[in-house]
Design a binder for this molecule. Structure first.
Ligand code: OOG
Ligand code: MG
Length: 258
């Protein structure tokens, strides 16, 4: 069977826009490679750009052991974030399929990053860090995909993200030691040190640059980067308030509406 990258990107895009799940692509294309999956992701993002969505940055996925075990997948991947995915204050469940939420850190890079930076180079280029919540959703039936190419083609389950109101200079922080505590309705359900993310969340940025470089790409100026969840994701329900505390960073909170 011939792999039509644009047709598969449209299939996933329509699933997202219509709120109707589809079967994972590897049922039809068992030999789908990771690079083909990234090309499906690129084509899906191109559709969103054609509709006027502007790039916000990139996200790393599966950078913590907790997430790799939750999803049964073995290696870090990346996805693309657009400004249309940014949520402020409240998030509506309308049109979602099976959203989940997870605790993250976001980094900002005013000048971008090229090639394969070291941790020190990534830190020097970093123009701020903040607490972030990522809302995931999968276009696949029951949020099951079983393979890295499936999840990559679906833009690494990206749906939305929420950032804290204030950025902090990363240089003064022991980044691996900060603690992330994610609460739903005031009860802490997930807690981990930031070192759960790639050993150090800036190393997740280093890994992202390597993945981009492998594909002849770089981190564009003005990008934000989600470093990947520190813990497993929690299912979302209307009426919940989700907050993430990562002292000494500013906290982030989102109210979930029907
Ligand atoms: C894949 C996306 C993983 C993370 O932070 O690890 C991710 C998924 O869980 O469906 O965003
Ligand atoms: Mg994530």
């Amino acid at each position: 069977m011939v792999l039509d990258v644009n047709a598969l990107a449209r299939r996933l895009d329509e699933a997202r826009l219509s709120g109707r799940e589809v079967e994972r692509l590897t049922l039809e294309f068992p030999d789908l490679t990771l690079e083909q999956a990234y090309r499906i992701m690129d084509a899906g993002i191109a559709l969103r750009r054609e509709r006027g969505e502007r790039d916000a940055g990139l996200k790393m996925g599966l950078t913590s052991e907790a997430k790799r075990q939750q999803m049964g997948l073995g290696a870090p991947i990346y996805g693309v974030l657009t400004e249309a995915m940014r949520v402020r204050g409240s998030f509506s469940m309308a049109g979602t399929l099976h959203p989940k939420i997870e605790p993250e850190l976001a980094f900002h890079f005013a000048d971008g990053l090229r090639g394969g930076p070291t941790r020190a180079e990534a830190l020097a280029a970093c123009t701020g860090v903040c607490a972030a919540l990522e809302i995931l959703d999968s276009r696949y039936r029951d949020f099951k995909y079983f393979s890295l190419p499936d999840v990559v083609a679906d833009n690494a389950s990206s749906s939305h993200f929420v950032l804290a109101d204030a950025w902090t200079d990363a240089a003064g922080l022991a980044l691996g030691d900060v603690e992330l505590a994610m609460s739903i309705d005031g009860v802490v359900l997930q807690r981990a040190k930031a070192s759960a993310i790639s050993g150090d969340p800036l190393l997740s940025v280093v890994q992202l640059c390597a993945l981009l470089d492998d594909r002849g790409r770089a981190l564009p100026p003005g990008s934000l980067v989600l470093a990947g969840a520190a813990t497993v994701a929690e299912p979302l329900r209307a009426g919940q308030t989700v907050s993430l505390h990562v002292p000494p960073l500013a906290p982030v909170r989102v109210a979930i509406t029907p």
